[in-house]
Design a binder for this molecule. Structure first.
Ligand SMILES: Nc1ncnc2c1ncn2[C@@H]1O[C@H](COP(=O)(O)OP(=O)(O)O)[C@@H](O)[C@H]1O
Ligand SMILES: [Mg+2]
Length: 223
């Protein structure tokens, strides 16, 4: 099994005064499903941000999909982001765009022709149980529905890695269940590697998973 994520002596910081994560070592293999937990403020979002290059690596090494993130060039960062799907707690949809165009965003970035995208986008919206909402704007939907749009967007370009930061934090039970189910499906059927930061791991979860926990600037495996 190849590793999709390799952290070696990885330290993360927002300033020189304080490291949030301190010399962390871990790997995440291709096709694994990994939950990351930790107290509020422990550095979960910080770690995820480093994985998609939103926060530069302070010291050490972080490889994602074979790309080194320490001192990464913007060209390599663009390449990397084309292979990652991201789901945020607050959806981060573009409010001026209808939901189809929001889902299409990764395909537009990847340069696919419009006609291919249309068909694919309608399939994706049906997949997240929003076929009946096609044509709507994000703010015409409930929070749960908006997160399902974000989930469709994260899947659109068939990423090798999905990163999700408390994706069900603000959702009703139905949409939360659906998001978990969609993440399980991506992992099980498409073999997508999935890394999810969460406060609470669902009691029954449909695929085998690992559990990493962040505490006092360190990350460790929970058996
Ligand atoms: N943009 C930022 N600038 C400076 N400090 C930050 C920033 N974002 C987060 N932090 C600090 O980093 C620490 C970890 O934050 P975060 O990763 O968001 O925690 P978590 O997601 O585990 O709740 C906190 O002490 C927080 O205040
Ligand atoms: Mg957070």
């Amino acid at each position: 099994m190849d590793n999709v994520i390799v952290a070696k002596n990885l330290s993360l910081a927002y300033s020189n005064e304080e490291t949030i994560l301190n010399q962390c070592n871990f790997t995440i293999g291709s096709g694994e499903f990994v939950f990351i937990t930790g107290a509020s403020g422990s550095g979960k979002s910080t770690l995820l941000k480093s994985m998609y290059g939103e926060l530069p690596v302070y010291s050490g090494h972080l490889g994602v999909a074979g790309v080194e993130l320490f001192n990464i060039s913007s060209k390599n960062l663009n390449f990397l982001r084309r292979h990652i799907g991201i789901v945020f707690q607050d959806y981060k949809l573009i409010p001026e765009w209808d939901i189809e165009k929001n889902v299409m965003l990764p395909l537009i970035i990847a340069g696919y022709a419009n006609d291919i995208s249309q068909t694919q986008v309608q399939k994706l919206l049906s997949h997240v149980k929003l076929g009946h909402q096609i044509g709507k704007m994000p703010l015409e939907l409930s929070g749960g529905e908006q997160q399902r749009v974000a989930m469709a967007r994260a899947l659109a370009h068939n990423p090798i890695l999905i990163l999700a930061d408390e994706p069900t934090g603000n959702l009703d039970n139905y949409s939360a269940g659906l998001i978990w189910h969609l993440l399980e499906g991506a992992n099980e059927q498409l073999k997508t590697t999935v890394v999810v930061v969460t406060h609470h791991i669902p009691e029954t979860f449909g695929v085998p998973y690992r559990h990493l926990h962040i505490e006092s600037g360190n990350i460790h495996e929970i058996a």
